[in-house]
Design a protein around this ligand. Structure first.
Ligand SMILES: [Zn+2]
Length: 360
C-alpha cells in the first residue's frame, strides 16, 4: 500500500499541474485535467509493458523444446578417435583438432541451476587394478546412459518441464596405472545404521580419473574438462566418471574438486560400501546414474528415514532419491525432489500424486 501511494504522488502532481496551467495556455481547466490523466494512463501502461518484457527476457535462456523421450548420441566437434567395435556410433577419444571452441560461454555450470534445457552428458571410463574397460562394456554403459536419459525425459514430461538429454558420442577411456592404494575406512557414527565410508573416497576417485586423463595427454581431469567442455553447445554438461572398481557412487561437491560448479559424478561399476577391485563384470546401473545426476542439480537423499518424516504427499517410496526400488521404471521424481531440482517453479503444473495416509 505504501508503495502504491508513493508511485501515485508524482502522477497526482502531473494532473494538478496540467489542470493549473491549462487556463494560462488558453485551454479550459477540465481539458487540462483530462490531458493530465491521459499522460498518467499512457505512462502507467508503458511502465507495465516494460516490466513484463524485463521479466520475460530474464532467465529462461535455455532450450525450451519439450522432452521428446529420445536420447541422441551427438558428436564432439574436432575429436579424432577409434570407432567402438561393439557400437560403431561411439568413438574412443584419441586427440582433438586445434579448432576454436564453438561455445564461447565459460564452462558449463550445474550448481544452482534447474535441471532444464538441453543437457549434454560426457563419459570418462577409468580402468583400474590392471583391468580395462572393453568396447562391449562401454557400449552397454551407453545403453544404461540412454535408459537414464529416457527416464529423466519421461519424468520431466510428467512435470511439464522442457528437458532433453544428449550423450556425447566421443568418450574418454584410459587406465589408472596406480597399483594399490591404502583404503582407510571411516566409521560414520549414524545412530540408525552403520555406514562404512571410505575416508575422502571422492578425492581418491577424482585422483584416479586424473591419472587416467594424464594417459590421454591432459594434465589432469580438470584440464581435460577445460579443454573439451567448451566444444559442445549444451545448456549444461555433466561429466560421469565410470570407475572400473566397486565402491559407493557419488556426486562430487564443489569443495572437493578445484573445478567448482561443473557437474562431475563418480559412478562405480558395482555399488559397495568401500572401494576395491571389481569382482565379476561391470554393471553401470541406470538407477545410480539417475540418482547421482539429480544430486548434481540439487536433489537430496531421502533414504534412511521414515516416509512420514517428510511433509505429507511430498515423498513416496517410489522417489528416485529414496532408492527403495531397484528398477528405474518403478522410480519417479516426487514433489520434494522436483522442488529441489527446480521443477516446481510453475507451481500449478504438478502431476497427480496418489494420496497416501500420513500420521499427523
Ligand atoms: Zn544419494
Amino acid at each position: 500500500m505504501a508503495r502504491f501511494r508513493l508511485e501515485l504522488l508524482p502522477w497526482l502532481a502531473v494532473t494538478f499541474l496540467a489542470t493549473w496551467f491549462a487556463p494560462r495556455l488558453g485551454v479550459e481547466w477540465p481539458i487540462g485535467f483530462l490531458g493530465g490523466l491521459l499522460v498518467v494512463a499512457v505512462a502507467a501502461i508503458l511502465g507495465e509493458v516494460g516490466r513484463a518484457r524485463a521479466t520475460e527476457a530474464r532467465p529462461e535462456t535455455f532450450d525450451s523444446r519439450p522432452a521428446d523421450g529420445v536420447v541422441p548420441v551427438v558428436p564432439l566437434d574436432g575429436a579424432l578417435g577409434t570407432v567402438n567395435a561393439a557400437r560403431p556410433g561411439l568413438l574412443a577419444f584419441r586427440s582433438i583438432a586445434s579448432v576454436p571452441p564453438i561455445s564461447l560461454r565459460l564452462r558449463s555450470r550445474v550448481e544452482g541451476r534447474p535441471l532444464k534445457g538441453r543437457i549434454g552428458v560426457f563419459s570418462v571410463f577409468v580402468g583400474r587394478d590392471r583391468a580395462s574397460w572393453d568396447d562391449r562394456e562401454i557400449a552397454e554403459a551407453y545403453d544404461s546412459l540412454e535408459r537414464m536419459g529416457r527416464w529423466l525425459e519421461r519424468e520431466a514430461g510428467r512435470w511439464s518441464i522442457a528437458l532433453n538429454v544428449e550423450l556425447i558420442g566421443t568418450y574418454f577411456v584410459a587406465d589408472d596405472p596406480l597399483e594399490a592404494e591404502e583404503v582407510e575406512i571411516a566409521n560414520a557414527l549414524d545412530p540408525f545404521e552403520t555406514i562404512l565410508d571410505e575416508a575422502d573416497s571422492d578425492v581418491k576417485g577424482i585422483a584416479s580419473a586424473s591419472r587416467a586423463a594424464a594417459q590421454l595427454g591432459f594434465a589432469d581431469l580438470a584440464a581435460l574438462i577445460d579443454e573439451v567442455d567448451p566444444r559442445v553447445d549444451h545448456d549444461a554438461t555433466l561429466w560421469i566418471i565410470h570407475l572400473l572398481r566397486s565402491g559407493r557412487s557419488s556426486a562430487i561437491t564443489a569443495d572437493l574438486f578445484d573445478y567448482p560448479g561443473v557437474g562431475v559424478a563418480l559412478c562405480y561399476a558395482r555399488e559397495s560400501a568401500c572401494s576395491g577391485p571389481l569382482a565379476g563384470l561391470p554393471y553401470v546401473d541406470p538407477v545410480t546414474l539417475a540418482h547421482e545426476m539429480l544430486h548434481l542439480f540439487g536433489a537430496k537423499d531421502k533414504y534412511g528415514t521414515a516416509l512420514k518424516s517428510f511433509p505429507a504427499d511430498s515423498v513416496s517410496s517410489r522417489d528416485v532419491m529414496r532408492l527403495s526400488r531397484s528398477r528405474l521404471g518403478q522410480l519417479r521424481v516426487d514433489p520434494l525432489t522436483a522442488s529441489e531440482i527446480g521443477w516446481l517453479d510453475g507451481g500449478d503444473r504438478r502431476p497427480e500424486m496418489k494420496k497416501t495416509r500420513h500420521r499427523p
